[in-house]
Write a protein that binds this ligand. Structure first.
Ligand SMILES: Cc1cc2nc3c(=O)[nH]c(=O)nc-3n(C[C@H](O)[C@H](O)[C@H](O)COP(=O)(O)O)c2cc1C
Length: 169
């Protein structure tokens, strides 16, 4: 497990090779095994393979361009009526499970944030809703670009140890 966690890196360049359905199913399974506050499991996951839709998702903001290149984009969304306070954390846990499982399977991924509380953020979510016909009551947390890496993995290594404290600061 630690090996997959340490090997994960944000992959922004993908081979055109398709990702088999079974592999995508495993990623979705990993997402659905994530913890969620009060076990609310508010997730909604969409699998986008259609090149036109992916090109549209790639335009959601300027750091999402590689979604046009990755053969799969998973949209991670939630129904806030099931978890008004915690849906962001619930979605983040699901995203991380996808990233780690994908790494263990030799797939590359990149987390693309689209959620936002400012006007611009809502605009991004709105674009994703439009592309994927997601109902207005559903919040979109992130896109995950998935495919076989076209680059050698460059994991950044752990953050500096200053982040770690003892029992007191
Ligand atoms: C909440 C969140 C949003 C992110 N959004 C984007 C994004 O929109 N585009 C992108 O290229 N990378 C995005 N990333 C990836 C980060 O840039 C990346 O994790 C960070 O630079 C560390 O690199 P690493 O993932 O290779 O360790 C996001 C990561 C997180 C956690």
């Amino acid at each position: 497990m630690l090996e997959a966690i340490a090997k994960r890196f944000s992959c922004r360049s993908f081979k055109p090779d398709p990702v088999p359905d079974e592999a995508v199913q495993e990623l979705l399974h990993a997402a659905l095994c994530a913890p969620s506050a009060h076990n609310a499991r508010p997730w909604h996951l969409l699998v986008v393979r259609d090149p036109e839709k992916r090109r549209a998702l790639a335009r959601v903001h300027k750091w999402a361009g590689f979604c046009a290149e990755s053969p799969v984009v998973i949209v991670v969304a939630a129904d806030p009526s099931r978890s008004d306070h915690w849906w962001i954390e619930d979605c983040s846990a699901a995203v991380e499970n996808i990233l780690i499982q994908a790494t263990a399977m030799g797939l590359g991924t990149c987390w693309v944030g689209v959620r936002g509380s400012d006007e611009r953020g809502y605009e991004r979510e709105e674009k994703v809703r439009e592309v994927c016909a997601i109902p207005p009551n559903i919040r979109v947390a992130a896109l995950v670009a998935v495919g076989y890496p076209a680059v050698e993995g460059q994991p950044k290594g752990p953050a500096p140890l200053e982040a770690i404290h003892g029992e007191t600061w």
